[in-house]
Design a protein around this ligand. Structure first.
Ligand SMILES: O=CC(=O)O
Length: 349
């Protein structure tokens, strides 16, 4: 205290004002961020800290709601790095000083968005940057399911390598096929862009309203029924909402071609999984490639895992370093913007 008084006494009035300004700035820029998961990439944490954040990092893997509820009170922002429910319970525990939340995900089906809107708490997410890695994976699933990767692997393991049979493990090519998209946002368009060099016959898609830029992909907007009837490969890349939940059910699979390949890189909830199982076992469709399921993690004894014509991945769509770092930085920048009184880069509402 004495030292401060002495220093103040020696400083000129202008110097004192400057010091006071600097002190005020550093105080007003400091903020506390709860980071819900310990494996958020370091560059994102460093970015937050370089802009004045104190990061409170939850250590539990898988995430523990108890730990989050214990650490969240009093924070200014929340960096939500997993798919656990983000709802009133978390917002209440955080307190009324909470000024921003960003998920590190493109999909926000696990967030109670109306609750954020009601409380006027800015909410960000990380779409856009995910599109390339998910598009690559979707094409991988089209190929893997269409060309029997999983069935072929099982044949080797079961000593059923029947190359002497000409008709053994015949698959379907992307060439000359009709590729249908349910949803035609960034991910579908990134897939469609890649497919421009795969000699597909036609690209069709179903969305609520026609996309103005569909001409760029020579894609035709079609009703859902036509999408089901005409697609050789049907790729689901749409958000999970009350309107899309369970959309791919027994009725839908019955309308699809017996040679169709069904790919889901969106959310498991868009599909009635029992009906998909039925469609795959009864030959209503040829094969499926799934990056997403219900639930996640999928239990090791799930009947879908027993099917030769179903390729299943454990939600790896964005699991590349490049994309994960881009997502983590975007989530950090959403929060930093909100802390600096600016709009988030990718607001969720
Ligand atoms: O599924 C991945 C995401 O929503 O980012």
């Amino acid at each position: 205290m004495l030292n401060i008084v002495l220093v103040k006494w020696r400083l000129s009035h202008t110097q004192q004002l400057h010091l006071q300004w600097k002190f005020t700035m550093s105080v007003s820029r400091a903020f506390k961020v709860l980071v819900s998961h310990p494996t958020v990439p370091t560059p994102a944490l460093e970015l937050l800290r370089s802009r004045g954040a104190e990061t409170i990092i939850c250590q539990s893997v898988p995430p523990s709601r108890e730990e989050i509820l214990e650490k969240v009170p009093g924070v200014d922002a929340i960096y939500w790095a997993h798919y656990q429910p983000l709802n009133a319970g978390i917002l209440d525990a955080a307190g009324s000083q909470l000024r921003a939340v960003s998920t590190m995900s493109s999909g926000i089906d696990f967030v109670d968005v109306p609750e954020f809107q009601r409380r006027k708490i800015p909410l960000g997410h990380t779409p856009g940057v995910v599109k390339n890695s998910v598009a690559d994976l979707a094409i991988g699933l089209m190929l893997a399911a269409g060309r029997n990767f999983h069935a072929g692997r099982r044949d080797i393991e079961n000593s059923q390598w029947l190359t002497e049979r000409i008709d053994w493990r015949m698959g379907h090519e992307i060439r000359d096929s009709t590729v249908g998209f349910f949803g035609f946002g960034g991910i579908s368009q990134a897939i469609a862009k890649r497919l421009q060099s795969w000699d597909v016959a036609k690209i069709i898609y179903t969305t609520r309203t026609r996309k103005e830029n569909d001409v760029d992909f020579k894609a035709e907007h079609v009703p859902f029924e036509r999408l089901l009837q005409e697609s050789d490969f049907l790729v689901v890349a749409a958000p999970l909402t009350d309107q899309t939940r369970g959309k791919f059910n027994a009725e839908a699979f019955k309308l699809m071609k017996p040679s169709a390949i069904f790919v889901n890189v969106a959310r498991g909830g868009l599909v009635q999984q029992n009906d998909l199982h039925e469609a795959l076992t009864t030959g209503q469709i040829f094969a499926a490639g799934l990056d997403v399921t219900t639930p996640e993690p999928l239990p090791a004894d799930d009947p879908l895992l027993k099917l030769p014509n179903c390729v299943i991945l454990p939600h790896l769509g964005t699991q590349t370093w490049k994309t994960t770092i881009e997502m983590s930085l975007l989530a950090a920048n959403n929060i930093i913007n909100a802390m600096e009184g600016k709009p988030m880069i990718r607001p969720a509402y």
